[in-house]
Ligand binder design. Structure first.
Ligand code: RB5
Length: 153
């Protein structure tokens, strides 16, 4: 079993369905397995429900990474980051996507369908998936983001 065998989980609210479908198609065409956790209809839904489903899939090892889409990416990234162990990066460009992996070991990428075009989002997701965590000095900082690290002595 290689990492590629573990799916990438996708979730969005109604504002993100078209971009989520575009991202899913690219992932599948590139040979990634996917786990689409909805929503898949234009009916109005609550973005935390889909952030929660994707976060659980990542934390339980059912997904290698998560991809979340809402209108701005803001609400759905806030919701994902409420889960200890999730490091969700709200991404607007390829550089941010790459550095969120290299420096922050992000395990979920969020994007806003109303603020980021599909080409930028596709490039950002390709960069996100292609970039390993850099380790080194970043290791200590990411450790301070883990659930068992306390900011208080
Ligand atoms: C839905 O209208 C919108 O509020 C949602 O997609 C997102 O942008 C919230 O952060």
């Amino acid at each position: 079993m290689t990492p590629q065998d573990i799916p990438v989980a996708l979730g969005s609210d109604h504002a993100g369905i078209a971009l989520k479908a575009t991202l899913r198609e690219m992932l599948e065409a590139a040979g990634h397995k996917t786990l689409d956790m909805g929503t898949n209809s234009p009916e109005s839904v609550d973005y935390p429900d889909f952030a929660n489903a994707v976060a659980a899939a990542v934390l339980e090892g059912r997904a290698r990474f998560g991809v979340l889409v809402c209108g701005t990416g803001i609400g759905i990234s806030i919701a994902a980051n409420r889960h200890p162990g999730i490091r969700c990066a709200l991404v607007h460009d390829t550089t941010g996507a790459r550095l969120s992996r290299e420096h922050n070991d992000a395990n979920v990428m969020a994007v806003g369908a109303r603020v980021t075009g599909p080409e930028v989002a596709l490039d950002a997701l390709r960069a996100f998936l292609a970039t390993p965590f850099g380790g080194g000095r970043h290791e200590r900082r990411v450790r301070k983001l883990t659930p068992d690290w306390s900011p208080r002595p």
